[in-house]
Design a protein around this ligand. Structure first.
Ligand SMILES: Nc1nc2c(ncn2[C@@H]2O[C@H](COP(=O)(O)OP(=O)(O)O)[C@@H](O)[C@H]2O)c(=O)[nH]1
Ligand SMILES: [Mg+2]
Length: 225
């Protein structure tokens, strides 16, 4: 749910996914990229990390970013802790989220864990995914060998009923699937995937009053990224 404070608008974006899929690394790389390069969003403060001594996320990571073009728009970005036993905590961190980036560990051996986390996300979000909360997928760790690809994960999304046929009104909001690498030196699609999610979150607010807007309400130039 978008929060309005005076003339400032806060949009909450959440990175959700299994343990060690790369969420914290993604946020670190996004921070560096937007700080160093001339992007449309910039960090406005340092990242906050609440982690255990081993460096695993204990509660969450958090960052505040600002849109340069619309400087009243702020993005509050969170990542969840991925340990299986922390599902209650993930539910808390999820509250009032406006857009979700689902982070997959693309190594073939992780497929079942990824699906378990996708199911957990569905439970937490009830049936709001896509309909009220835009969903973008990151197939992370594409620099490794033996990784799953977009076509493979599209099958998973179909099985989980998170994919609409092309004749359905919501099909324009089917999750966009990015092949990503979060390691800064080899980074791939870290900014692009974030941008797609935030762009969709803003469109849901502007053209859909908090829901997925029908195609005819969105200017054609905006339906394609
Ligand atoms: N090869 C590779 N390793 C990654 C990538 N993203 C994250 N990692 C590594 O995976 C491990 C877990 O990453 P982390 O960001 O802590 O995962 P989180 O639990 O989802 O926050 C770390 O050792 C990262 O360096 C990636 O795109 N490629
Ligand atoms: Mg983490």
């Amino acid at each position: 749910m978008v929060k309005i404070d005076g003339d400032k608008i806060y949009i909450k974006i959440l990175y959700f996914g299994m343990y060690a899929s790369g969420k914290t690394t993604i946020l670190d790389t996004l921070y560096k990229l937007t700080k160093e390069e001339n992007k449309n969003i910039v960090p406005t403060e340092n990242l906050t990390k609440i982690e255990s001594s081993s460096g695993a996320t204990l509660l969450y990571d958090k960052g505040l970013f600002q849109s340069k073009k619309q400087n009243k728009v702020y993005y509050l970005i969170y990542t969840v802790a991925g340990q299986k036993s922390y599902s209650k905590l993930r539910k808390r961190v999820y509250e009032q989220t406006d857009g979700i980036l689902f982070v997959v560990d693309s190594q073939q051996k992780c497929i079942e864990d990824n699906i378990e986390f996708l199911k957990e996300l569905k439970t937490i979000a009830y049936d709001k995914l896509i309909k009220e909360i835009p969903l973008v997928v990151m197939l992370n760790k594409q620099d490794l060998s033996l990784t799953i690809k977009a076509e493979d994960f599209k099958k998973v999304l179909k099985e989980e009923k998170l994919w609409y046929n092309s004749n359905h009104d919501l099909s324009i909001w089917n999750p966009k699937i990015f092949h990503t690498c979060a390691l800064y030196d080899k980074q791939m699609n870290i900014y692009e995937s974030f941008y797609e999610c935030s762009r969709r979150a803003v469109m849901y607010q502007i053209y859909g009053d908090g829901k997925a807007p029908p195609k005819d309400k969105v200017p054609i130039s905006l339906t394609e990224s």
